[in-house]
Design a protein around this ligand. Structure first.
Ligand code: TYM
Length: 333
Protein backbone atom coordinates (compact mmCIF):
# COMPACT_ATOMS: atom_id res chain seq x y z
CA UNK A 1 0.00 0.00 0.00
CA UNK A 2 1.25 3.50 -0.80
CA UNK A 3 2.50 5.30 2.29
CA UNK A 4 0.29 8.28 3.18
CA UNK A 5 2.06 11.65 3.33
CA UNK A 6 2.05 13.42 6.72
CA UNK A 7 -1.30 15.09 7.19
CA UNK A 8 -1.71 18.79 7.86
CA UNK A 9 -4.78 20.50 9.25
CA UNK A 10 -5.48 24.06 10.32
CA UNK A 11 -8.20 26.68 10.34
CA UNK A 12 -9.17 30.29 10.87
CA UNK A 13 -12.36 31.72 12.40
CA UNK A 14 -14.40 33.96 10.08
CA UNK A 15 -14.76 36.71 12.66
CA UNK A 16 -13.27 39.56 10.66
CA UNK A 17 -10.70 40.47 8.05
CA UNK A 18 -7.43 38.53 8.03
CA UNK A 19 -4.39 40.43 9.24
CA UNK A 20 -0.64 40.10 9.15
CA UNK A 21 -0.71 37.84 12.24
CA UNK A 22 -2.97 35.36 10.48
CA UNK A 23 -0.78 35.60 7.40
CA UNK A 24 2.63 35.13 9.01
CA UNK A 25 1.46 32.87 11.86
CA UNK A 26 -0.66 30.59 9.72
CA UNK A 27 -1.42 31.16 6.03
CA UNK A 28 2.18 31.58 4.88
CA UNK A 29 2.88 28.11 6.25
CA UNK A 30 -0.26 26.65 4.66
CA UNK A 31 0.87 27.83 1.24
CA UNK A 32 4.25 26.16 1.59
CA UNK A 33 2.86 22.99 3.13
CA UNK A 34 0.34 22.31 0.37
CA UNK A 35 3.22 21.32 -1.91
CA UNK A 36 4.69 18.84 0.53
CA UNK A 37 1.83 17.29 2.50
CA UNK A 38 -1.77 16.15 2.40
CA UNK A 39 -3.49 19.33 3.58
CA UNK A 40 -6.86 20.29 5.04
CA UNK A 41 -7.48 24.01 5.52
CA UNK A 42 -10.74 25.02 7.03
CA UNK A 43 -12.87 28.05 7.85
CA UNK A 44 -13.99 27.60 11.46
CA UNK A 45 -17.52 28.95 11.17
CA UNK A 46 -18.90 26.82 14.02
CA UNK A 47 -16.19 28.08 16.36
CA UNK A 48 -17.17 31.65 15.52
CA UNK A 49 -20.67 31.00 16.92
CA UNK A 50 -19.17 30.72 20.42
CA UNK A 51 -18.35 34.43 20.40
CA UNK A 52 -20.37 35.91 17.52
CA UNK A 53 -24.01 34.81 17.94
CA UNK A 54 -25.20 37.41 15.40
CA UNK A 55 -24.75 35.59 12.09
CA UNK A 56 -25.83 38.33 9.69
CA UNK A 57 -22.26 38.98 8.52
CA UNK A 58 -21.17 35.34 8.67
CA UNK A 59 -21.64 34.51 5.00
CA UNK A 60 -19.64 37.50 3.83
CA UNK A 61 -16.91 36.75 6.39
CA UNK A 62 -16.69 33.13 5.27
CA UNK A 63 -16.45 34.24 1.64
CA UNK A 64 -13.79 36.76 2.53
CA UNK A 65 -11.59 34.27 4.40
CA UNK A 66 -11.95 31.89 1.48
CA UNK A 67 -11.00 34.62 -1.03
CA UNK A 68 -8.09 35.62 1.22
CA UNK A 69 -6.88 32.01 1.37
CA UNK A 70 -6.85 31.84 -2.42
CA UNK A 71 -5.35 35.31 -2.85
CA UNK A 72 -2.49 34.34 -0.52
CA UNK A 73 -1.71 31.34 -2.71
CA UNK A 74 -3.74 28.39 -1.45
CA UNK A 75 -4.65 26.11 -4.31
CA UNK A 76 -7.95 24.18 -4.15
CA UNK A 77 -6.44 21.53 -6.45
CA UNK A 78 -3.65 20.85 -3.98
CA UNK A 79 -5.32 21.26 -0.58
CA UNK A 80 -8.83 20.61 0.68
CA UNK A 81 -10.21 24.07 1.47
CA UNK A 82 -13.53 23.81 3.23
CA UNK A 83 -15.99 25.13 5.70
CA UNK A 84 -16.20 23.46 9.13
CA UNK A 85 -20.01 23.26 9.12
CA UNK A 86 -19.99 21.33 5.84
CA UNK A 87 -18.23 18.36 7.39
CA UNK A 88 -20.82 16.87 9.72
CA UNK A 89 -18.41 14.20 10.95
CA UNK A 90 -16.70 16.98 12.93
CA UNK A 91 -19.78 17.26 15.11
CA UNK A 92 -19.90 13.53 15.73
CA UNK A 93 -16.25 13.31 16.76
CA UNK A 94 -16.65 16.40 18.95
CA UNK A 95 -19.46 14.63 20.77
CA UNK A 96 -17.37 11.54 21.52
CA UNK A 97 -14.37 13.65 22.56
CA UNK A 98 -16.56 15.58 25.00
CA UNK A 99 -16.76 12.42 27.08
CA UNK A 100 -12.96 12.45 27.32
CA UNK A 101 -12.61 16.10 28.31
CA UNK A 102 -12.92 17.17 31.93
CA UNK A 103 -14.66 20.26 33.18
CA UNK A 104 -11.68 21.27 35.33
CA UNK A 105 -9.16 21.27 32.50
CA UNK A 106 -11.55 23.12 30.18
CA UNK A 107 -12.22 25.80 32.77
CA UNK A 108 -8.48 26.36 33.16
CA UNK A 109 -7.93 27.12 29.46
CA UNK A 110 -6.61 30.65 28.99
CA UNK A 111 -8.90 31.47 26.05
CA UNK A 112 -11.94 30.30 28.02
CA UNK A 113 -11.01 32.48 30.98
CA UNK A 114 -10.42 35.48 28.68
CA UNK A 115 -13.71 35.03 26.84
CA UNK A 116 -15.66 34.42 30.03
CA UNK A 117 -14.32 37.75 31.24
CA UNK A 118 -15.06 39.61 28.01
CA UNK A 119 -18.57 38.17 27.45
CA UNK A 120 -19.97 37.49 30.94
CA UNK A 121 -23.53 37.29 29.62
CA UNK A 122 -22.74 34.55 27.14
CA UNK A 123 -20.52 31.96 28.81
CA UNK A 124 -21.99 29.18 26.70
CA UNK A 125 -21.01 25.51 26.78
CA UNK A 126 -19.54 25.85 23.28
CA UNK A 127 -17.06 28.33 24.68
CA UNK A 128 -16.05 25.88 27.39
CA UNK A 129 -15.63 23.01 24.94
CA UNK A 130 -14.01 25.15 22.24
CA UNK A 131 -10.71 23.21 22.50
CA UNK A 132 -12.60 19.92 22.14
CA UNK A 133 -14.10 21.06 18.85
CA UNK A 134 -10.68 22.22 17.72
CA UNK A 135 -9.20 18.84 18.62
CA UNK A 136 -12.00 17.18 16.61
CA UNK A 137 -11.15 19.37 13.58
CA UNK A 138 -7.55 18.25 13.72
CA UNK A 139 -7.76 14.57 14.53
CA UNK A 140 -10.72 14.04 12.20
CA UNK A 141 -8.09 13.78 9.47
CA UNK A 142 -5.55 12.09 11.75
CA UNK A 143 -3.36 15.13 11.17
CA UNK A 144 0.06 15.31 12.77
CA UNK A 145 1.10 18.83 11.76
CA UNK A 146 -0.91 21.92 12.63
CA UNK A 147 0.45 25.25 11.35
CA UNK A 148 -0.62 27.91 13.86
CA UNK A 149 0.62 31.01 15.64
CA UNK A 150 1.87 31.06 19.20
CA UNK A 151 -1.54 31.88 20.68
CA UNK A 152 -2.78 28.41 19.73
CA UNK A 153 -0.11 26.51 21.66
CA UNK A 154 -2.38 25.61 24.57
CA UNK A 155 -5.17 24.41 22.27
CA UNK A 156 -2.70 22.13 20.54
CA UNK A 157 -1.54 20.74 23.84
CA UNK A 158 -5.16 19.94 24.65
CA UNK A 159 -5.69 18.31 21.25
CA UNK A 160 -2.75 16.04 22.06
CA UNK A 161 -4.24 15.23 25.45
CA UNK A 162 -7.63 14.27 23.97
CA UNK A 163 -6.06 12.23 21.16
CA UNK A 164 -3.88 10.35 23.64
CA UNK A 165 -6.78 9.78 25.99
CA UNK A 166 -8.82 8.31 23.18
CA UNK A 167 -5.95 6.04 22.13
CA UNK A 168 -5.47 4.80 25.71
CA UNK A 169 -9.12 4.33 26.51
CA UNK A 170 -9.98 2.51 23.28
CA UNK A 171 -7.58 1.61 20.47
CA UNK A 172 -4.80 3.66 18.95
CA UNK A 173 -6.38 5.65 16.12
CA UNK A 174 -4.76 9.08 16.30
CA UNK A 175 -1.21 10.41 15.88
CA UNK A 176 -0.18 13.19 18.27
CA UNK A 177 -0.79 16.54 16.53
CA UNK A 178 2.03 19.07 16.81
CA UNK A 179 1.90 22.84 16.33
CA UNK A 180 4.06 23.71 13.35
CA UNK A 181 5.94 26.68 11.93
CA UNK A 182 8.59 26.67 9.20
CA UNK A 183 11.54 28.30 10.88
CA UNK A 184 11.12 26.80 14.32
CA UNK A 185 9.41 28.66 17.13
CA UNK A 186 5.74 29.57 16.76
CA UNK A 187 5.32 33.26 16.12
CA UNK A 188 3.28 36.10 17.49
CA UNK A 189 2.90 39.22 15.37
CA UNK A 190 2.66 42.16 17.76
CA UNK A 191 0.32 45.12 17.40
CA UNK A 192 1.75 48.45 16.19
CA UNK A 193 0.97 50.11 19.51
CA UNK A 194 3.61 48.11 21.36
CA UNK A 195 0.90 46.41 23.42
CA UNK A 196 -0.86 43.16 22.60
CA UNK A 197 -0.99 41.36 19.27
CA UNK A 198 -2.63 41.93 15.93
CA UNK A 199 -6.19 40.70 16.06
CA UNK A 200 -9.26 40.31 13.82
CA UNK A 201 -11.70 41.95 16.19
CA UNK A 202 -9.70 43.85 18.80
CA UNK A 203 -6.87 46.34 18.60
CA UNK A 204 -7.90 47.40 15.07
CA UNK A 205 -5.82 50.56 14.81
CA UNK A 206 -2.71 48.61 15.74
CA UNK A 207 -3.49 45.76 13.31
CA UNK A 208 -2.61 45.68 9.62
CA UNK A 209 -5.31 43.90 7.64
CA UNK A 210 -4.80 42.32 4.23
CA UNK A 211 -7.79 44.46 3.17
CA UNK A 212 -6.30 47.79 4.29
CA UNK A 213 -5.99 50.48 1.62
CA UNK A 214 -2.53 51.96 0.99
CA UNK A 215 -3.26 55.17 2.89
CA UNK A 216 -4.64 53.29 5.87
CA UNK A 217 -1.50 51.14 5.98
CA UNK A 218 0.69 54.25 5.87
CA UNK A 219 -1.30 55.96 8.61
CA UNK A 220 -1.21 52.96 10.93
CA UNK A 221 2.51 52.37 10.44
CA UNK A 222 3.38 56.05 10.95
CA UNK A 223 1.46 55.99 14.25
CA UNK A 224 3.43 53.02 15.58
CA UNK A 225 4.93 53.73 18.97
CA UNK A 226 8.58 54.89 19.00
CA UNK A 227 10.72 57.19 21.14
CA UNK A 228 13.52 59.68 20.59
CA UNK A 229 16.05 56.92 19.87
CA UNK A 230 18.91 55.25 21.77
CA UNK A 231 21.62 57.34 23.36
CA UNK A 232 24.12 54.57 24.13
CA UNK A 233 25.58 52.50 21.26
CA UNK A 234 24.42 48.86 21.10
CA UNK A 235 21.74 49.32 23.74
CA UNK A 236 18.94 46.78 24.02
CA UNK A 237 15.78 47.61 22.07
CA UNK A 238 12.58 48.41 23.93
CA UNK A 239 9.75 45.97 23.04
CA UNK A 240 7.89 48.41 20.79
CA UNK A 241 11.05 49.07 18.76
CA UNK A 242 11.82 45.35 18.60
CA UNK A 243 8.30 44.95 17.15
CA UNK A 244 8.97 47.42 14.35
CA UNK A 245 12.15 45.57 13.45
CA UNK A 246 10.24 42.29 13.53
CA UNK A 247 7.69 43.62 11.03
CA UNK A 248 10.43 45.06 8.87
CA UNK A 249 12.17 41.71 8.82
CA UNK A 250 9.02 40.16 7.38
CA UNK A 251 8.45 42.53 4.47
CA UNK A 252 11.61 44.53 3.75
CA UNK A 253 14.86 43.63 2.00
CA UNK A 254 17.65 42.31 4.18
CA UNK A 255 19.91 45.24 3.28
CA UNK A 256 17.24 47.70 4.41
CA UNK A 257 16.85 45.99 7.76
CA UNK A 258 20.60 45.88 8.21
CA UNK A 259 20.90 49.61 7.53
CA UNK A 260 18.38 50.44 10.26
CA UNK A 261 20.01 47.93 12.64
CA UNK A 262 23.33 49.72 12.10
CA UNK A 263 21.69 53.11 12.56
CA UNK A 264 20.13 51.89 15.80
CA UNK A 265 23.41 50.52 17.07
CA UNK A 266 25.31 53.73 16.38
CA UNK A 267 22.47 55.89 17.70
CA UNK A 268 21.80 57.67 14.39
CA UNK A 269 18.44 56.04 13.74
CA UNK A 270 15.54 58.24 12.66
CA UNK A 271 12.36 56.38 13.44
CA UNK A 272 10.33 58.61 11.12
CA UNK A 273 12.45 57.42 8.18
CA UNK A 274 12.28 53.84 9.35
CA UNK A 275 8.50 53.94 9.56
CA UNK A 276 8.23 55.58 6.13
CA UNK A 277 10.31 52.77 4.66
CA UNK A 278 8.30 50.12 6.53
CA UNK A 279 5.02 51.69 5.38
CA UNK A 280 6.07 51.55 1.71
CA UNK A 281 7.29 47.96 2.02
CA UNK A 282 4.01 47.01 3.74
CA UNK A 283 2.00 48.67 0.98
CA UNK A 284 3.99 46.72 -1.61
CA UNK A 285 3.36 43.52 0.31
CA UNK A 286 -0.34 43.96 1.03
CA UNK A 287 -1.64 45.75 -2.11
CA UNK A 288 -1.30 42.80 -4.53
CA UNK A 289 -3.04 40.43 -2.06
CA UNK A 290 -5.84 42.97 -1.52
CA UNK A 291 -6.28 43.32 -5.28
CA UNK A 292 -6.56 39.57 -5.79
CA UNK A 293 -9.05 39.23 -2.92
CA UNK A 294 -11.29 41.86 -4.49
CA UNK A 295 -11.24 40.05 -7.83
CA UNK A 296 -12.01 36.65 -6.30
CA UNK A 297 -14.77 38.01 -4.06
CA UNK A 298 -16.78 39.01 -7.13
CA UNK A 299 -17.02 35.42 -8.24
CA UNK A 300 -19.47 33.81 -5.81
CA UNK A 301 -19.91 30.81 -8.07
CA UNK A 302 -16.19 30.06 -7.98
CA UNK A 303 -16.11 30.43 -4.18
CA UNK A 304 -19.01 28.01 -3.81
CA UNK A 305 -17.31 25.54 -6.12
CA UNK A 306 -14.11 25.62 -4.08
CA UNK A 307 -16.03 25.05 -0.84
CA UNK A 308 -17.95 22.13 -2.30
CA UNK A 309 -14.83 20.53 -3.71
CA UNK A 310 -13.03 20.99 -0.40
CA UNK A 311 -15.92 19.60 1.64
CA UNK A 312 -16.02 16.52 -0.54
CA UNK A 313 -12.30 15.85 0.00
CA UNK A 314 -12.59 16.55 3.73
CA UNK A 315 -15.63 14.29 4.16
CA UNK A 316 -13.84 11.47 2.39
CA UNK A 317 -10.93 11.62 4.82
CA UNK A 318 -13.32 12.15 7.77
CA UNK A 319 -15.38 9.13 6.77
CA UNK A 320 -12.38 6.82 6.98
CA UNK A 321 -11.42 8.15 10.42
CA UNK A 322 -14.97 7.96 11.77
CA UNK A 323 -15.25 4.30 10.83
CA UNK A 324 -12.08 3.64 12.84
CA UNK A 325 -13.44 5.76 15.70
CA UNK A 326 -16.81 4.02 15.92
CA UNK A 327 -15.12 0.62 15.77
CA UNK A 328 -12.61 1.64 18.44
CA UNK A 329 -15.32 2.85 20.81
CA UNK A 330 -17.41 -0.23 20.16
CA UNK A 331 -20.23 1.50 18.35
CA UNK A 332 -20.45 -1.08 15.61
CA UNK A 333 -23.23 -3.53 16.24
P1 TYM B 1 -7.80 32.43 14.79
O1 TYM B 1 -8.90 32.57 13.80
O2 TYM B 1 -7.81 33.29 15.99
O3 TYM B 1 -6.42 32.67 14.07
C1 TYM B 1 -6.07 32.00 12.89
C2 TYM B 1 -4.59 31.72 12.84
O4 TYM B 1 -3.84 32.92 12.89
C3 TYM B 1 -2.89 32.85 13.97
N1 TYM B 1 -2.75 34.18 14.56
C4 TYM B 1 -1.57 34.78 14.80
N2 TYM B 1 -0.31 34.36 14.59
C5 TYM B 1 0.68 35.22 14.91
N3 TYM B 1 0.46 36.45 15.42
C6 TYM B 1 -0.78 36.92 15.66
N4 TYM B 1 -0.98 38.15 16.13
C7 TYM B 1 -1.87 36.05 15.36
N5 TYM B 1 -3.23 36.17 15.46
C8 TYM B 1 -3.74 35.01 14.97
C9 TYM B 1 -3.49 31.86 14.95
O5 TYM B 1 -2.49 31.30 15.77
C10 TYM B 1 -4.11 30.85 14.02
O6 TYM B 1 -3.15 29.93 13.55
N6 TYM B 1 -8.94 28.31 17.30
C11 TYM B 1 -8.38 28.78 16.05
C12 TYM B 1 -9.14 28.30 14.82
C13 TYM B 1 -9.22 26.83 14.67
C14 TYM B 1 -8.14 25.94 14.38
C15 TYM B 1 -8.75 24.64 14.31
C16 TYM B 1 -6.78 26.11 14.23
C17 TYM B 1 -10.36 26.08 14.75
N7 TYM B 1 -10.06 24.76 14.53
C18 TYM B 1 -7.96 23.53 14.04
C19 TYM B 1 -6.00 24.99 13.96
C20 TYM B 1 -6.59 23.71 13.87
C21 TYM B 1 -8.45 30.29 16.08
O7 TYM B 1 -9.23 30.86 16.77
O8 TYM B 1 -7.65 30.90 15.20
Amino acid sequence: MEKRKPIVMSGIRPTGFLHLGNYFGAVRNYVKMQDEFECYFMIADIHSLTTHPDTRALKSHVQRVLAEYIACGLDPEKAAIYCQSHVYETGELYLYLNMLAYKGELEKTTTFKDKARSQPDNINAGLLTYPVLQAADIILHRASLVPVGKDQEQHLEMARTFANRFNHRYVEVFPEPQAFNYGDALIKIPGLDGAGKMSKSENQNATLYLADEDDVIRKKVMKAKTDSGPITPHSPKPDYIENIFLLMNLVSDEAVVRKFEDDFNNCSIRYGDMKKQLAEDMVNFIAPIRGRVNDILHDEKYLKQIMEMGAEKARKSAGVTMKLVRDAIGLSY
